[in-house]
Design a binder for this molecule. Structure first.
Ligand code: UDP
Length: 318
């Protein structure tokens, strides 16, 4: 049987590059599309010589013609850290809106399954806790996070419109905080920020009082969940993330302990505007309908992530 083809936008990014690895391993042909504004070719360099892998440097916010058959389109391109989408606000809106439109267009033309990477940010600073997929969210459209939140909300609506109007097979995942190797050391998110600070002997920067909560999912667990949803009959949206919840203060202590320290040295910085006070996924749907739940404990995943960052600090990669 000829190999099936998966097109992954954002294929040189953090999650996208892990998906490239997974689908190559599963015997697919993979086309990675990325404009490299937050992605990094180093993440896919090891695939460059593989005959089943192709990289196209392109901004998916602009139309593109892809020759040949495509069976699955996975739309993962987007800046995804709060610092990135503040700096790249227009690109963030464009890739969520025009990029989703173009990726849907490819899937429609190729009669492919379309998979949208959405986000827990659609819930904003949530008033319901933990967050179920039925919750409509509490989003400030004109706040600093609005460009990301609203683009992803638009992307979800557009994806479902394509399903309704064109009868397409679509899937939507809402991804909660995910971490692991290939995050950018300086992307500003709390996991790389704390690891970078610990490795350089600097105090940890806690924004606000550190009582805000997040729950952290290791990237391998997420990739497993994505493949299960892709090959299922579900449309979603389906929450995926780790339901074990930490305050940022607890997380700081965990990172320091992992490196052999006792208690974190902290500098407190102002809490950014609209920073969600709490976030934890209700993953009942993924558990009951896909048999999926995270397996990697934070203590274990952080060790692997620190090992990656140590290697890449030495390699001088930012
Ligand atoms: N945060 C922090 N120090 C940092 C970076 C982030 O205290 O150096 C906090 C941030 O204010 C937020 C949480 O950690 O409450 C998670 O932030 P991140 O940027 O990782 O992603 P978010 O979940 O807010 O999208």
């Amino acid at each position: 049987m000829p190999k099936k083809t998966v097109l992954i936008t954002g294929g040189a990014g953090f999650i996208g590059s892990h998906l490239c690895d997974r689908f190559i391993k599963e015997g697919f042909k993979v086309i990675a599309v990325d404009n490299l504004i937050t992605g990094n070719k180093g993440n896919i360099a090891h695939l460059a010589k593989n005959k089943d892998f192709r990289f196209i440097k392109h901004d998916i916010s602009k139309p593109i013609r892809i020759p040949g058959q495509v069976h699955y389109v996975l739309h993962f391109a987007s800046p995804a850290s709060p610092i990135d989408y503040l700096q790249l606000s227009i690109q963030t809106m464009k890739v969520g809106a025009l990029g989703t439109h173009n990726a849907l267009g490819i899937a429609k033309a190729k009669k492919a399954v379309f998979f949208l990477a959405s986000t827990s940010e659609v819930y904003g600073d949530p008033l319901e806790h933990p967050q179920k997929e039925t919750y409509w969210g509490h989003v400030n459209p004109i706040g600093p996070r609005g460009v990301y939140d609203e683009a992803k909300r638009f992307a979800e609506a557009l994806t479902l419109a394509y399903k309704k109007v064109h009868g397409m097979d679509v899937k939507i995942i809402r991804i909660f905080n995910t971490y692991g190797p290939r995050m950018r050391l300086k992307d500003g998110r709390v996991v790389p920020a704390f690891i970078d600070q610990v490795l350089h002997g600097k105090p940890l920067t806690i924004f606000g009082d550190g009582r805000q909560t997040r729950s952290f999912c290791y990237v391998d667990d997420l990739v497993e969940g994505i493949t299960r949803l892709l090959f299922s009959k579900l449309t979603g949206p389906v929450n995926m993330g780790n339901p074990r919840e930490f305050t940022i203060r607890q997380f700081a202590d965990l990172v320091v302990k992992t490196q052999g320290g006792h208690k974190a040295r902290i500098v407190f910085k102002p809490l950014p505007k609209d920073d969600p006070k709490q976030r934890r996924p209700d993953i009942t749907q993924a558990r009951t309908k896909l048999g999926w739940e995270p397996k990697v404990r934070l203590e274990e995943g952080i060790v692997k992530t620190i090992a990656y960052f140590k290697e890449h600090i030495n390699n001088g990669r930012k």
